[in-house]
Design a protein around this ligand. Structure first.
Ligand code: NAD
Length: 508
């Protein structure tokens, strides 16, 4: 059976794919992400990346589905900042160590330093290279070599479709099994994506020796047990956000990732959205000058009924577990905006938040505003699932505005990026439309980033230590909202009291 990998986000398959083994391990040549030549010029009035992928249709994860509105982003006045140029330590202007492996139109090769934790890339004794009975099944006409990355998907719910679609785009990996606590769900998802094997137990999957890595897409409360079990047995893990709900579970996961031998990447896909990769590239090129303001806003009617969803609100129909989360919006959704803000501006010095629980149908907060303080910049993040009069379903992207001393950048709700620079030579404006299937593309980029880092031995961009920095902002926001006052850096760090060994790698 043909699995059919369309030439989407990652471009067309390599000629002769399947006939040629793909080497992995620390000594293997670094792979070029298909369709992203290092020599390609930056996009101007062109899609962020060549598209054409065929994702599963309908829905998304945290209530941010396909675009349906063509509104333009707001315009800024573009006036220069009165204080003029800034030094290199300003928000968003920190030197970044490496080109993004998936930056649209930018550098395509991984140029990161060798794996710093002394763990080998992918191979591990007793598992990699083993040939067990299930290895060649479910592949149809796809040739699986000894170096094909064998993936087990754990959790066959709503978000799993986007993961499976993402894996399908990656020629060097294949999903060999899908498991879910509800086996019928696993079987259905496996059938949908042409995966022959399905089951009910993550532990059995890990213990089978059939997989090199698992992709965990279960509710956050289940992650610590699954991740610990897999990493200790040398099975690598890509784990959906939030990686855990409590500091204790986060500490367990951090310890397991530190001890290995398996490696862990957190699936925080928002920053892998095409417009944020492009925005990061433009900050690296210093197009906007030092940034002094970021605004990120997403409001819609997801936990309240509307004429189009009169019985069950949009988000609760799609992800019923939202209703029972004691901590809902910050932990489940604003976490993405906080991570993107770190990705663009770096680590803030302070967090101030206010939250509200508006809908009686959810236990936790469904409206939140967070202000992040930087020495010379402020980020204001707001999100609401309880705002009548706003769209339901929601739009593709939160609207984002970034203001620097030379210009501003605007992401509108369709994912279109508009950059306006005003200097002595006049006003320059250019627009980068979103790539096709932009929602699915962010999953595929995160997945490709995971596979690339396993192959090269490079650090994961969103490893557990990076993600803890985002989680600290989430927990600090809860604490700030509870106390009604801002938290400073030391208090932010104390929310997840885990010693971080990795240096803060640049502006994220
Ligand atoms: N990054 C994103 O944009 C995004 C989008 C959606 C969801 N998510 C995250 O993905 C995760 C899953 O979300 P979802 O919407 O798919 O939820 P879901 O409820 O639709 O699916 C979760 C599935 O996990 C299964 N499951 C629960 N415990 C299990 C266990 N121990 N072993 C195996 N299977 C188990 C359930 O039976 C269910 O089928 C959550 O952490 C969520 O926050 C992220």
């Amino acid at each position: 059976m043909c699995r059919g990998r369309p030439g989407g986000l990652l471009g067309p398959p390599r000629a002769g794919r399947g006939a040629r083994p793909v080497r992995r391990g620390a000594g293997a040549p670094r792979r070029t992400l298909r369709g992203e030549s290092p020599r390609s010029p930056p996009h101007r009035h062109a899609p962020v990346a060549a598209g054409g992928a065929r994702p599963p249709r309908g829905g998304n994860g945290t209530g941010d589905p396909a675009p349906r509105d063509q509104r333009r982003g707001r315009r800024g006045d573009g006036r220069p900042h009165p204080r003029g140029g800034r030094g290199p330590q300003r928000a968003g202007q920190r030197p970044r160590p490496a080109p993004q492996p998936t930056a649209p139109g930018g550098a395509a090769r991984l140029r990161r330093p060798a794996q710093p934790r002394g763990r080998p890339g992918l191979r591990r004794p007793g598992v990699a290279g083993s040939h067990h009975g299930r290895r060649a099944v479910g592949l149809g006409d796809q040739v699986m070599t000894a170096d094909t990355l064998r993936i087990g998907v754990v959790g066959a719910g709503n978000a799993s479709r986007f993961h499976l679609a993402g894996w399908r785009r990656l020629p060097t990996a294949t999903v060999v099994d899908v498991v879910d606590a509800v086996p019928e769900r696993a079987a259905q998802r496996a059938q949908e994506f042409g995966v022959t094997h399905s089951g009910a137990s993550a532990e059995a999957l890990v213990g089978s020796g059939a997989v090199d890595a698992i992709d965990v897409i279960t509710p956050a409360g289940t992650h610590a047990d699954i991740v610990e079990y897999a990493l200790a047995r040398g099975v690598h893990v890509l784990c959906q956000k939030p990686v855990a709900e409590t500091p204790d579970d986060i500490a367990r996961i951090h310890a397991a990732a530190t001890e290995g031998p398996g490696r862990l990447m957190v699936h925080e896909n928002w920053r892998f959205r095409g417009w944020f990769r492009e925005l990061r590239r433009r900050l690296d090129a210093d197009e906007l000058g030092p940034v002094f303001h970021l605004r990120s806003s997403a409001r819609f009617a997801g936990t309240v009924t509307t004429p189009s969803h009169p019985q069950v609100p949009f988000s609760l129909a799609r992800q019923a577990f939202f209703a029972d989360m004691d901590r809902f919006l910050l932990l489940e959704s604003v976490i993405h905006q906080l991570d993107v803000t770190r990705y663009l501006l770096g680590e803030p010095d302070s967090v101030y938040a206010r939250t509200h629980s508006v809908s009686e149908r959810v236990r936790g907060e469904d409206v939140a505003t967070v202000m992040l303080g930087y020495p010379d910049a402020t980020a204001v993040i707001d999100r609401s699932y309880a705002s009548k009069g706003y769209p339901d379903p929601p739009l593709l992207s939160e609207t984002v505005a970034l203001e620097g001393t030379r210009g501003s950048a605007f992401v509108d709700s369709t994912g279109t990026l508009r950059v306006v620079v005003e200097d002595g030579a006049g006003r320059h404006e250019d627009v980068t439309p979103p790539e096709p299937d932009a929602y699915g593309a962010s999953y595929a980029r995160a997945i490709a980033s995971f596979a690339d880092a396993l192959a090269s031995g490079a650090p994961f961009e969103t490893d557990i230590e990076d993600n803890i920095r985002t989680l600290r902002l989430v927990f600090a926001a809860y604490e700030s909202a509870r106390r009604g006052e801002p938290l400073g850096r030391e208090e932010i760090d104390a929310t997840v009291p885990v010693p971080l060994t990795a240096h803060d790698r640049g502006a994220r």
